[in-house]
Design a protein around this ligand. Structure first.
Ligand SMILES: [Zn+2]
Length: 479
């Protein structure tokens, strides 16, 4: 069943690609076989909307902030990337992989972040994916895909419709379908020459951005060594085939640059720790194991303490978490991650008021930190200050494009502060960001039926409905 679903998704992708390419005036005609940047972007936007509806994207503001920050640091150091649009996102997955979709959407699996040993290793993979985008390897691939897949379309067509419907009915399988179907299919599998080109550019970018240029080699070697023991390295190798010569080439390339010994920033260590603590299943046995190994460990790093505190909050061992966090807070009073973890603890303990002033002050110091905006909103809502939560969210919600979790909080704040009429529009925006176009449209249409005091609401809502119509129109043209 699962195999069938994955095949369906692959076929769906193939269809979207072939037919969208066939919309182009010069398609199939001659030498110019690459789809236009505009078309690639529209296709990528649509894939991304579908991916959001199916795949388990990480909605943690700290993790998302971190990966965007790292991604754009690399983009800034790749001259060819300057005129392209990029967006980085994290997928919850126990397999090690990263991939680029059309339109500069780069997905990184949680397991890849977790298994990287240095930030340079992680950055090397992202730099490599950025190069696939700038060199338009995907666009070239889309054309090839078109030629290869046309004969199979008819065979898959019937199955697709069934696959899509049953896929959306089963969240677990749909999630698999989203990541594996998208990541493993031929779109992502680049040719050897594309791979070595992306390595070459990626390593240069890595060095320019201030990382250790040897990061790529050490990560490749780890993947190769791991593949003998761990199946979760296989996905990376399947989509990024590693030959001996590829590793040798990468080594030679990185040796062109001076060696760098870099100590990784604390944020990188903390993000890895958070991913680990969130991935661990909470069971009586896992709690016991975490407690005993924590006790045995000497000279605990900050990341180890932080990971333990987050896991203990999830395990509802609040007193243990409090002890660890208060020592972290005392030694690093300005570290947002520790204050955010403490705020989460206070929300769970129903004492949100204890954290409000701290997070308010941190937000004054770092006004663009979305994780702080999210945390303060959660604190306000838990503390029944819905009015303050609504104001804060309305001021910050447009800061970045994809913040569905903030829309969820906003609808709660609007409901709680007596602005019930605004909730439809907010729910519509939430569903739109989650890729549910039909559901979003229903909410926006409801929103038009209620009275609000906002003179611009109607125009704004109509604009959203028109956007959805346009997305659906473009999608139907592709299928
Ligand atoms: Zn690659």
């Amino acid at each position: 069943m699962l195999k069938q679903l994955i095949a369906c998704c692959a076929a769906l992708m193939a269809i979207s690609i072939s037919l969208s390419a066939s919309e182009l005036p010069d398609f199939g005609s001659s030498s110019s076989k690459i789809i236009s940047l505009t078309e690639e972007q529209a296709l990528g936007d649509d894939y991304m909307r579908q991916l959001r509806a199916f795949a388990p994207l990480v909605n943690d503001a700290e993790i998302n902030d971190y990966i965007q920050h790292l991604g754009f640091k690399l983009v800034e150091n790749n001259l060819q990337a300057h005129d392209r649009k990029f967006s980085f996102f994290v997928i919850r997955s126990s397999s090690i992989n990263a991939f680029a979709l059309p339109g500069g959407y780069i997905g990184i699996h949680t397991e890849l972040i977790r298994r990287s040993e240095t930030e340079s290793e992680l950055a090397s993979v992202i730099g490599h994916e950025i190069a696939h985008v700038t060199q338009r390897h995907l666009a070239r691939r889309l054309e090839l895909q078109n030629q290869l897949s046309l004969p199979t379309l008819a065979a898959f067509a019937a199955a697709i419709l069934i696959g899509v419907q049953s896929g959306s009915a089963d969240a677990g399988q749909a999630a698999m379908l989203g990541t594996q179907g998208l990541a493993q299919q031929t779109i992502i599998n680049h040719t050897r020459s594309n791979e070595s080109e992306a390595d070459r550019i990626g390593i240069t970018t890595l060095y320019q951005a201030g990382f250790d240029p040897n990061g790529a080699v050490s990560f490749f070697e780890k993947m190769q060594a791991n593949s003998r023991y761990h199946s979760n390295a296989l996905e990376f190798l399947r989509t990024h085939p590693l030959s001996r010569s590829r590793i040798t080439d990468a080594r030679l390339r990185s040796q062109e640059y001076p060696k760098r010994n870099i100590s990784d920033p604390l944020t990188y260590q903390l993000i890895k720790a958070k991913i680990k603590a969130l991935a661990e299943k909470v069971t009586p046995l896992s709690i016991e194991q975490a407690e005993s190994s924590y006790k045995q460990e000497k000279n605990k790093s900050l990341a180890t303490q932080y990971e333990y505190a987050i896991f203990m909050i999830r395990a509802k061992k609040y007193a243990v978490a409090e002890e660890v966090l208060s020592s972290l807070r005392a030694s690093h009073p300005k570290q947002p991650s520790f204050a955010i973890a403490e705020a989460q603890l206070n929300i769970h303990r129903e004492t949100p008021e204890k954290s409000v002033a701290t997070i308010q002050q941190m937000l004054v110091n770092s006004p663009t930190n979305l994780a702080l905006v999210e945390t303060l909103s959660e604190l306000y809502i838990a503390n029944k200050q819905h009015k303050e939560a609504r104001k804060l969210l309305l001021e910050n919600i447009h800061m970045t494009e994809n913040t569905p979790y903030l829309y969820k909080l906003l609808s709660e704040a609007q409901e709680g502060s007596g602005h019930r009429s605004e909730v439809y529009e907010t729910e519509g925006n939430y569903l739109l960001q989650m890729g549910d176009l039909g559901g979003a449209r229903i909410q926006f249409e409801q929103a038009l039926n209620v009275h609000t005091d906002d003179p611009y609401a109607r125009a704004r809502i109509n604009a959203q409905i028109n956007r959805i119509k346009e997305y659906l129109r473009q999608r139907s043209l592709r299928h």
